[in-house]
Write a protein that binds this ligand. Structure first.
Ligand code: NAP
Length: 310
């Protein structure tokens, strides 16, 4: 068995649209590039069905298919891909170190593309009907629910934004929130509450998510009086925040109070040579196409950094 090469120009961590695009660009710039994919290569798009808003696919494309194409494209450009999980990084010395459980790799530059995951309510039905009526992205899936009643869970800016966006398609949007006031900014609240298609259910927790072949209803509990309420709808949008996959970066690069990577200048992190792309820093756009765009930018920035080091 040939010995694994451990030293590379650039290591990309993560295999979503940001990671694969970073791989494509850095390999095409003739940088020796290793991409370590993580435990779920493809990222959040592996849990998505039709993607209708990624440019270049006029008929739409299934999320997993899009990721397979991106992976093939990165490999074709010369990116070496290892399907393994990064368990730690050491960015304290100039030669940057990235470790899996079995190996340590070194590079002069690292592009972090570890993504984020939507926070889950944590109910069995949520998992059972994910992609079958339960969604975590109104921009991605809203158009599939024309003239249907929809439910949005959450009380932050995301919930307000998703609910307001969904009124373009839905007959009614029910916002379900566990407290009696929203966390969202006043302007986002006002926008949502002034929309006559939106109905709010305060002080309600989701107790159960039910359906048959696909999602059909939620059972809510009013936490003030324990009353149970059944709400039927075509779709359930969970908008209770995201968690950036930045655990391995703690004490290595600067993170904000929510764990997102802080960018200093374009895609640079607080550590020279370490760049970042996609949802692990971007809590605003969170789209496949924006992640891919950031992946491109990070690879260009890393290439320029390496050229300047010589
Ligand atoms: P967030 O601000 O953390 O709000 C999450 C909401 O979900 C909160 O209302 C929270 O309830 C609720 N929640 C959390 N866990 C829950 C659970 N297990 N069950 C039920 N409800 C739960 O998250 P976000 O709305 O995604 O916003 C994240 C960041 O992005 C914020 O800084 C936000 O301002 C920003 N953002 C900005 C825009 C914009 O400006 N256009 C749009 C979207 C997001 P509690 O309130 O009771 O804790």
């Amino acid at each position: 068995m040939s010995e694994q090469k451990t030293k590379h120009d650039i290591i990309v961590i993560g295999a979503g649209p940001a990671g694969y695009t970073a791989g494509i660009y850095s390999s095409r710039a003739r940088r020796d590039t290793l991409l370590i994919s993580g435990i779920l290569p493809g990222g959040q798009l592996m849990n998505t069905t039709d993607v209708e808003n990624y440019p270049g696919f006029d008929e739409g494309i299934m999320g997993p298919d899009l990721m397979i194409i991106m992976r093939k494209q990165a490999e074709k450009m010369g990116t070496k891909i290892i399907d393994d999980e990064v368990v730690s990084v050491d960015f304290k010395s100039k030669l940057l170190k990235v470790s899996t459980a079995s190996s340590t790799f070194e590079a002069n530059s690292v592009i972090v593309c570890t993504g984020a995951n939507p926070r889950k309510i944590g109910l069995d039905g949520e998992q059972a009907f994910a992609g079958k009526g339960v969604s975590y992205c109104a921009t991605c899936d809203g158009a599939f629910f024309k003239n249907q009643e929809l439910i949005v869970v959450g009380g932050g800016d995301s919930a307000m934004e998703e609910a307001t966006f969904l009124t373009k398609f839905a007959s009614t949007v029910h916002i379900v929130h566990r407290r009696d006031e929203f966390r969202a900014s006043k302007i986002m609240q006002e926008r949502a509450l002034s929309n006559e298609k939106i109905k709010v259910h305060f002080n309600c927790t989701v107790e159960d998510i039910q359906g048959d072949q696909k999602f059909q209803k939620v059972i809510l509990k009013n936490v003030k009086n324990d009353e149970k309420i059944t709400l039927e709808a075509g779709g359930l949008f969970v908008a209770i925040g995201h968690e950036p996959n930045s655990k391995i970066l703690e004490d290595q690069v600067e993170l904000d109070e929510n764990g997102y990577v802080v960018l200093k200048n374009n895609t640079e992190t607080s550590i020279p040579g370490v760049f970042c792309a996609g949802d692990v820093h971007d809590h605003r756009y969170r789209q496949a196409v924006t992640a891919a765009g950031f992946g491109c930018m990070a690879a260009i920035d890393a290439d320029k950094y390496l050229a300047e080091q010589k």
